[in-house]
Design a protein around this ligand. Structure first.
Ligand code: 13P
Length: 296
């Protein structure tokens, strides 16, 4: 089916009180893991690739390839999907992404000065809306997990009044917020501040987005959905599940041909083992977000 507008998908999610997962892929196997699971669960889903972990110079050229891969899978889907270029690093990457077929885009301006962020996201919104592309922006800054703990030296919660102004000035269609959520954290759940989310929701009418889905506490999901959150971004836990799948399969693959092990798409393919493990992680999150069965 054709791509569905992320704006419309988020509206449906809010009307029906569920969250939509953006499960970040990095290649064809991981994108198949997301799409197949969403179809098996009859769930709307956001497919896409992210720029945060990519070499920025590679992304300048690679964004067209990512758009082509994502479009190929998205157009095969039997459930509503939108295709997101997440956390691009420059405006020109986003523009190239729109040309390459992404129908939702996010430029990560969370570390930018206010003026530059407002000006650039507003410019992006004009470009994107003319092509019916949904825009996500972020205000506030998440801490990152590190090997030894949480680095919150540059992090700050989203200010509800500034969030209201930012949405009005930029025309963004949804807003990613910092409410205690943490990027890349796997050791424990993040210390979410539900009251802070309520304060932002009271001021901001567009759907809210949670990044750092890996460590977002499952028991905080219903409250988040009830207070404006329509979309959860998930990354690290998917790569971990995939890698564990590959590692487990590697142990029992000693005498197999490298051609079967890598890229064969046969049962012995290590990447297929990774994909299967990732699918189970995606499935459990789709069910937690309440989007299973909502595809119709
Ligand atoms: P995690 O890797 O912490 O799940 O965060 C992913 C994310 O927010 C991508 O935008």
């Amino acid at each position: 089916m054709p791509l569905t507008s992320l704006r419309e998908m988020m509206q449906h999610a809010q009307q029906n009180q569920y969250g939509i997962g953006y499960f970040e892929a990095w290649d064809t196997y991981s994108m198949e893991a997301v799409l197949e699971t969403a179809q098996e669960e009859a769930s709307p889903v956001i497919l896409g690739f992210g720029g945060m972990m990519l070499d920025s110079a590679w992304l300048d050229g690679g964004v067209s390839l990512l758009g082509a891969i994502g479009s190929h899978y998205a157009h095969q889907s039997t459930v509503p999907v939108s295709l997101l270029l997440n956390e691009a690093q420059t405006l020109s990457q986003v523009v190239l992404g729109i040309e390459a077929g992404f129908n939702a885009v996010m430029l990560d301006t969370s570390a930018w000065e206010w003026e530059a962020a407002v000006r650039t996201v507003a410019e992006l919104a004009q470009i994107a809306h003319a092509r019916d592309v949904t825009v996500e922006a972020e205000l506030g800054r998440l801490p990152d997990a590190t090997a030894t703990g949480i680095d919150d030296s540059t992090a700050h919660l989203t200010d509800p009044d500034l969030a209201e102004q930012f949405v009005a000035l930029t025309g963004t269609d949804c807003l990613a917020v910092s409410i205690g959520n943490v990027h890349l954290l796997t050791a424990h759940y993040a210390p979410i501040d539900p009251l802070h989310l309520e304060k932002i929701h009271a001021k901001v009418s567009v759907p809210l987005v949670i990044h750092g889905g890996t460590s977002f506490p499952p028991d905080a999901i219903p409250h988040a959905v009830a207070h404006g959150v329509a979309k959860f971004n998930v990354g690290t836990t998917l790569k971990k599940a995939y890698l564990e799948g590959v590692q487990n399969a590697l142990e029992s693959s000693k005498n197999l041909s490298v051609h079967d092990l890598l890229g064969s798409h046969k049962p012995a393919d290590l990447c297929e083992a990774g994909k299967q493990a990732m699918k189970e992680r995606v499935r459990s999150l789709i069910r937690l977000y309440g989007s299973a069965g909502k595809a119709s």
